[in-house]
Every structure is written in C-alpha cells, then in structure tokens.
Design a protein around this ligand. Sequence first.
Ligand code: 5GP
Ligand code: SF4
Ligand code: MG
Length: 466
Amino acid sequence: CGVFGIVGVADAANFVALGLHALQHRGQEACGMVTHDTETGFHSARRMGIVRDNFTSSEVMATLPGEIGIGHVRYSTAGSKGQTAIRDVQPFFGEFSMGGAALAHNGNITNAASLRRELIERGSIFQSSSDSECIIHLMARSMGRSIPDRVEEALRKTEGAFSIVAMTRTKLIGCRDPRGVRPLVLGRHGDGWILASETCALDIIGADFIRDIAPGEMVVISADTGVESYFPFRQKSSRFCIFEHVYFSRPDSILGGRSVYETRESIGRELAREAPVDADLVCPVPDSGTPAAIGYSAESGIPYGMGIIRNQYMGRTFIEPSEQIRNMGVRLKLNVNRALIRGKRVVLVDDSVVRGTTTRKIKEMILDAGAAEVHFRIASPPTAWPCFYGVDTPQREKLLAATMSEEEMRQHLNVDSLKFISLDGLYRAVGESGGRDPAQPQYCDACFSGEYPIEPADMIEQGFQL
Ligand code: 5GP
Ligand code: SF4
Ligand code: MG
C-alpha cells in the first residue's frame, strides 16, 4: 500500500490526489482520502480502483475541502485475502472524546488476529476485515488525553510492519514501526508539511524532501508548531524491506539515502559478475527488470535492447488477486519485439520469480519469436518464503523456490540457464560492501532467507512453520 498526508496548504485534497497518483504502483485495488475543513469538519471518499478514475473530477474534489488531508492506495496482503470490499478501504475514521481522527496504514500487523479477538470480546464493533482497523479500536480503548497519545498507545500494542499516516482536525501524525520495515518520508512544500511512502510523491507536487522518518519514530506535525519527534518504542535494530529496493518502490525514489534506480542498476552489475553468459542481447522484462538489465548490459558489454514491449495501460499483473487474471495478465501486458529477438541468444532480466508464471510465459513468447537461446537472470534471490509484512506473496506451497532447487526450476521453466543474484550480492548492491551480516542482517530479507525479524504470530497460530 501507499500512504500520503499533508497539512498547512489550501485545498489539501488536490495534493493528496497527486501524491496518491505518484504512489499508485503500491496498490491499485482501491483508494481513499479524508480531509478536514475548519468550517465544515471532516470529509471522506473511499473508492474502488485507481486514483485517476476517482479523484480527478472537480465534482469529487469539491466534496473534500480543507487544509489537512491524508490518503491511501490499497492492495490486499496476507491479512486480508481476496477481493477488497469498500468497507476495507482506508483511511479509517473514528470519533473520540477529543475529536475525530483518520488513519492510513502501509504494512501488515502480525498480531492482528489476537488483537481483534480481544477487542471484540471487550465490545469493539469491527467494520472491516482489515488488520489496520485494530489500531482505531485500540485508540478508542486508550485513556490517552490526546489523539497522538492514543495513536502511540495503540501502536505500542501493535506488532509487525507499519508505516502510519494519521490526522486530527489540525495535526498530521506519522509513525514507523521499530524495525522500519516499510518506508515513510517527510517533505516540505511552502508552509505545508508532507508525509509519504516514497519521495516520488514529493516530486510530483514540487515539495522538498526533508528526511526519512526513522524506524520507531513518531512525528506530530501542525502548521503552527512544525514537527515534533518522539521515539515511543523500545529500540530495535532496523530491518528495512530489501524488496522495496528490488521491486516495490519506484526507481525514481530515494530510500534510506539511496537511489532505488542506482541500486537496481548495481544489482544488474553484480548479477553480470556472478552469473556471466555468452549472449547477443540483454533484454529487461519491463518495467520492473529494466534498471537491472541496464546494469547487466553495462557490466557484461552485451548490447541492451527492448525485446519485450509493455502496454503502458496495464497495471502490475501480480497485484490482480485472482490466478486466472494473473495468467492472462502477462499477455495483456507484454509482447515480444520479434524483429529484435529472432536468431539471438537472449539474456532476460527480471526482478523476481514468485510462482514462475511470468517467467514461463515470457520464455514461450521469446522462443515463439525465434530466439536461439533464452537465459534468465533474476535481480533477487529465489523467493522461497512468504512475506507477512505487507507484500502480497502467495502461500509457501505456491512459491516455485519453496519446493525446487535452482536447477529444478531451470528444468521446470525449460530455459537454457537460470541464475539468481546471491543474497550477499544483493546486500553489496544496496551498499553493504561487506555483504550480509548473518548475526544481525541489515535488512529484512525473510522472503529469501526464511529469517523473520518479527515473529509472524498470527500465521504461526494458523499453522505456519518457520
Ligand atoms: P511470478 O510470475 O513468478 O509469479 O511473479 C513474478 C513477477 O511478478 C515479476 O515480474 C515481478 O515483477 C512481479 N511482482 C509483482 N508484485 C510482486 C510482489 O509483490 N512480489 C514479487 N516477488 N513479485 C511481484
Ligand atoms: Fe520485504 Fe521480503 Fe521482508 Fe516482506 S519478507 S518485508 S518482501 S524483504
Ligand atoms: Mg515484473
């Protein structure tokens, strides 16, 4: 998911809409916005589908007045399976004795099931199936005297990955979980302040990037008093999601002081050194494989070409929840550039292999087009474990790498070669020159290593075995 919030500007809703549009790659199932206007109070709109189809008409935007607003783009993850219902669409809103508050969450709460059970036993009435709703109910039960106090108390009971943007009538609140699994950045626009999942959402409105919100940090921002910062949780070592660098974030974003694009290009260079091959052409699987393919080509000296053309009007295939649509999706989205491919030994670079659906379809298309050889190079290690922190990976059984070795995957996909970057190579590409520290990994890499930095309590309760 993606979150965005802004305070201290006229017509906040316009900024929220633009920010969410820039974060659209983080979720396309639904989007929502809450604003507050001093004269008319809180306003909200929650819709299915993408931002462009919902928050562009002046009719809708006129219903969202105010100088403060937050928004959310959603894709459903481990917690809330299946089709999004409108009642699951964020931001969530609650009325408290000291006034209303709205909240938007990116990540996944790993103890949501037990929190929900407890809260329901004690009288909470849940409106949605979303893990994020727990936070609003925890806030309602809190004795805190201000909304920020209640957010803080609620989040102290919440485990897992959370980057939160919340608002009261006058204050914007931001918080990252103690591991800092998901991103959150602070920006400035004139007299206004912004919180957003990624810096690309600052660029779109011409805002300045101030800094990352730190793991475990909570900020309370108002137009008058500026930014107050707290560290309410017991300190833990940071574990930013390494997959944000590989795939999830936009390449033009800066995360943890690093350009996502440059990281991806370095991954390609590492791959070329770790897994060279004699070939005529390096092609990305667009768009997610493009920067790594550029790096692979530069390092290997093999010419780069666009052997696969992407239809720009399709979203990310993976994000479609049903398997049937996902299967069709590859063809709806990608087509082979036959004239370039024919007779060539082709290196295809993609970011990841999950179920193997994309890889298999692309191989068929490339061979149909007359390629002489097909070599896959993957910009992440084999995805052998599900993510429980906010990225939608399927159950373990459906992950190709959970049951097969690299050579078995190569045979299964029937390609001339298949190589993944090593975990150490990936760490070097994100700037850890000494590679991964096995005693204290610098990032979360659980989907590759199976080492979960936060115990996935709900999943263990459901029988998941570490
Ligand atoms: P597969 O087809 O192997 O199941 O999925 C891999 C493809 O899905 C890659 O091309 C990757 O770009 C894309 N993808 C989209 N969303 C995700 C995600 O959340 N996790 C992973 N690992 N890959 C994703
Ligand atoms: Fe990111 Fe993978 Fe960790 Fe999930 S398990 S947070 S995708 S690194
Ligand atoms: Mg892809």
